[in-house]
Design a protein around this ligand. Sequence first.
Ligand code: MOS
Length: 761
Amino acid sequence: MSVTQEIPTTSPIGRDTPRVDGPVKVTGKAQYTSDFHFPGLLYAVPVGATIANGRILELDTASAEKMPGVRAIFHRANIGKISRSTPQPNFQGICEERRPPFEDDIIRYYGQYIALAVADTFEAARAAADAVRATYAAEKPNVETHLEADDEPDEVDTTFGPRHRLDSQRGDIDAAFASAPVKLDQTYVTPSETHNPLEPHATTAIWDGPMLTLYESSQGVVNLRTVLAQMFDLPNENVRVITRFVGSGFGSKLWPWTLCPLAAAAARQLGRPVRLVLPRKMMFHAVGHRPRTQQRVRLGATPDGKLVSLQHDYIYQRSMLDAHHEDCGEATPFQYSVPNLRVTFGRAKRNIGGGADMRGPGRVPGLYATESAMNELAEQLKIDPVKFRILNEPKIDESLRVPFSSRHLLECFELGAEKFGWSKRTPQVGSMKRDSLTLGWGMAGCSWIAARFPAAATVELRADGTVRVACATQDIGTGTYTNLAQLASHRTGVPLDKVEVALGDTSLPEGPLSGGSMATASVVPAVLAAADNAIASLMTIATGTTGFFVPRETLINRFENRQHDDLAFNDGVIFVKADGPAKGVRFDEILRSANLRLATGSGKSEATFGNPKPKFSTHSFGCHFVEVTWQPEIARLRVSRVVTVIDAGQILNPLAGRNQIQGAVVMGIGMALLEHTSYDPQNGAPINSSLADYIVAVNADAPPIEVYFLDYPDKEINEVGARGIGEIGVAGIAAAITDAVHHATGVRVRELPVKIENLLA
Ligand code: MOS
């Protein structure tokens, strides 16, 4: 299937498209949340608990209140009422930490906000926050890293509708595993990871009577609006949330955290705008992290490499407050063909801040475990790991018993192996050398869900020849401004530089979260429908049909009293089909002749995410091939080369798409080799809570990363066949790296990140 027949050459879809917001970003004109200034702006700094378990006995704010420039110290007794937010349909009203700030005096994790200092300057607020004294009845926090599942009832978060993947079962797993000729039984551990986007969480609250405006660095302005409306007992239309640009979020900004209502409550009481920007250290406390997981994987196979059983039992760490579910077993039931399967989960509560979605939540740690197990079993079977996967490729989703909408994983393996040169791999540990370096080659497969959130958009065709497309989704650095411009340009034929995109504002039509790699897939139908409706209203204007008070004498008579069906619209021009486009008239000329400023259309699309009975199993697929170099003399391990192939449907913008996958691979290198958040067993504090101590992969860690996309538009997901690519690149990469590490060193590391000390044994 080739798209080039369907997408005209004038369309920007599928073509490398530099970001339309690039110029404002590189010239510093792009306004991030803390760039907006307001008269009378006050600055807020939260005070975090210095214990992780216990109770506040006394809070002494007296000396802080007397400090110069201090306007108020807020705490439980004076913050005013903040209600809990109730989850609602369509992914509204959702927070990861359900407890509003200061609701009681119990401390459940280190850094939990106990007070808020507000002052004329950031420095004064910070000094005042430092001067607040708390006395606690402290108990020993539970930050134990070994996870045993709690006995507590599993009230699973059903926010997203039925989660049919939670406990999957088919066949007779116990008998199948017991009698399997070849077996593997291993446990894999992934640590807590902290998101650490470059732009910290930032919020600015402004009240105008009963109207609240919040500037926020958010991955979901519409949900945040609903949450704030509930917390402050306001109708939704009284709250406006604005997010023009986001310095990334990785999931930490997907759902609101307690700093938003704190800023809003302080601003309401003081009658002044209040800004709260989190210091980096506080980014480790109360704004989410990827939860630690411990996953036991049992595989059974025949000697010739057919899987007979797969059991995946995982436990994840959760906080005392969050409703987050780390869905590690999400891909397990359909990634491979296996007749006997069981997936179970358990949770272990700890005195830590709330867990949250982090780029590729659930599946990324999950696929690290299952793909690692596949590699280990392939080695045991003496079968090449690519071949082992090919042998177990399913024909349908064996869990849902429906076909895949579009799955070309085998072609990913084939292309990846060819580009990487996989056939030259010799399987013996340490058998491959280049110069004085030992090489390790590893690979893994990956997948990520493809689905849509509900979305609405408007498109305006304007008399000045420009087009405006608007949607209350947001661009979190991934290229959403450009995607919407491309879609509007695709449908209207108006060039990209004449398309204006408005995002990140709840006064626009309700758009999707920038999450789950679903924003693009969600907006496609809404924007295309909006453009079609704008074109239809233009035709109504052109034909002088009812509903528009267009002066008759201004009508362009070749369209007068024609039916819409007689007309066509192409490349910005309306024409009578029988006459052809040469006799057409540009839309802006029609609008000007009718003395109208614009023709507008709205479009909407429904969610597919959470559909309990889908006709197809919709996912993106891919694989990574990784080379590491190992110098045992100096214990130096580097990732030296990566080839990644992704099957994600129609890629709207391959330039931004490759960039997304490369960034995800770099993040995956961090996951495999560097990132972990450690909690102090004494006081429960995240110990490495700075970018000097929490190590992320940087440019020097990034090898050449070749990215290839297959070209199979998935028409089940939307008309252009675009799925989503924000997260799939992190999936599987850690398993490919640890397999390459084993190939080079002979050491199987099953607890991330791989540390040098693991390799010195
Ligand atoms: Mo992503 S973890 O859904 O922002």
